[in-house]
Design a protein around this ligand. Structure first.
Ligand code: SF4
Length: 61
């Protein structure tokens, strides 16, 4: 599974604290998703991050 963050992100940081392996805060202050495939062990926390985004800015690629 791969994720991406769309332009509605407001940079709240929630996804990066929920699943730092899959999401980080970029230089622009907005979240970026790792370009790597998210491993099976991390899918539950990556999904939590996706579902927890208040803007629904995280989608599956
Ligand atoms: S949780 Fe959503 S709005 Fe907050 S930083 Fe992550 S992608 Fe952006």
């Amino acid at each position: 599974m791969k994720y991406k963050v769309n332009e509605t992100c407001i940079g709240c940081g929630l996804c990066a604290s929920t699943c730092p392996e899959a999401f980080s805060m970029g230089d622009s202050g907005l979240a970026v998703a790792t370009e790597k495939e998210v491993s099976t062990e991390l899918l539950a926390s990556a999904e939590d991050a996706k579902n927890g985004c208040p803007l629904g800015a995280i989608t599956e690629e």
